[in-house]
Design a protein around this ligand. Structure first.
Ligand code: UDP
Length: 326
């Protein structure tokens, strides 16, 4: 298929491009490089532009005749979304409307959308499945849920078929180390720890030590970036095979939770360097435990995550962070 990868210069988008190219698909990356990296665009063609530029967007759709579109170009930091919600609604909702309008005008009817566990809000069960109530507690989660709802409405109205994939905690890097995670500033636990071990002068503290968990720190479900991408590939095939228009959503996680302290220990094991970290107050909006029930993705898409051991996920991330290329 010829696939437009919006946000293909970002962390997950770049991994997706590599996997699409290796699976024989043709790729066009659309990115405005607000957070992405030119050096991450190593597969397919590049269109550097903003989604809000409707004229250019039409020209790109005219030029390539896409079979499907994937969207990774979101702002995704919870704290920032609380401080600047309109940035999140502009970037994650308005720009997606602009994209969906272009798809509608050019009759591109397959869409794979990056969503998030943040659509669920405070968890009401130990393992979060697709039936869990959606009640986001921050603008980031709300912006993603808004698009999911829009996509549902677009099924019967325009015949658009889409799959929303709700990521739990994305982590790791492609084993080739050609691409990896590189946020500026970095806010995520695993890359912060690894960058600190690699010698960078960044402060890392444990956010909250009194959570109702066995060791008092937050538990998260870390899933390898390439496993997220393999789910996208399966979703793409599912959309191709789908007889009539649909919207579906799947939760993507390993179903296994690790606490912040367990991650710190795992990082020490992989890198050989132990970090002694102090405990800060909890970060606003961080639930104690977020772990997926990923069984629907496995049953319906045939998804089989390869990186089920946290040590393997951290190992690939460490290979990247020892010598990041960008
Ligand atoms: N965390 C932490 N210190 C940090 C960054 C993160 O203790 O410097 C914790 C955070 O509170 C959460 C977990 O690590 O419980 C994962 O956070 P991250 O920002 O990586 O992902 P999120 O869960 O926010 O998507």
């Amino acid at each position: 298929m010829r696939v437009l990868v919006v946000g293909g210069a970002g962390y997950i988008g770049a991994h997706m491009c590599k996997m699409l190219a290796e699976s024989g698909h043709e790729i066009v990356v659309l990115d405005n490089f607000s957070t992405g990296h030119k050096a991450a665009v190593q597969w397919g063609r590049l269109e550097e532009m903003a989604l809000a530029d409707v004229g250019r967007l039409d020209a790109v759709f005219e030029k390539y005749q896409f079979d499907a579109v994937m969207h990774f170009a979101a702002a995704s930091i919870v704290g920032e979304s609380v401080r600047d919600p309109l940035k999140y609604y502009e970037n994650n909702v308005s720009d997606v409307i602009s994209l969906l309008r272009a798809m509608q005008r050019h009759r591109v009817m397959r869409f794979v959308f990056s969503s998030t566990a943040a659509v669920f809000g405070e968890p009401q069960s130990d393992f979060i499945d697709e039936q869990h109530p959606r009640a986001p507690i921050n603008p980031y989660g709300a912006s993603k849920l808004t698009v999911e709802r829009m996509l549902m409405d677009c099924v019967s109205a325009y015949g658009l078929s889409s799959v929303a994939l709700r990521y739990f905690n994305a982590a790791g890097a492609d084993p080739s180390s050609l691409i990896g995670e590189s946020h500026q500033p970095e806010t995520h636990l695993i890359p912060k720890l690894l960058r600190r071990v690699a010698g960078e002068d960044i402060e890392v503290r444990i956010f909250g030590g009194d959570y109702p968990t066995p060791d008092g720190t937050c538990i998260r479900d870390y899933v390898h970036v390439n496993d997220l991408c393999s789910a996208h590939l399966l979703a793409l095939n599912r959309l191709r095979e789908m007889g009539s228009p649909t919207f579906e959503a799947f939760n993507l996680g390993n179903g296994q939770g690790y606490s912040v302290k367990e991650i710190i220990t795992a990082v020490a094991r992989t890198t050989g360097k132990k970090l002694d970290l102090s405990v800060d107050p909890p970060r606003h909006g961080d639930p104690a435990r977020l772990v997926a029930d990923g069984s629907l993705a496995k049953a319906a898409l045939g998804w089989m995550p390869k990186y089920t051991e946290i040590a393997d996920i951290i190992d690939t991330a460490w290979r990247w962070h020892r010598q990041p290329r960008y």
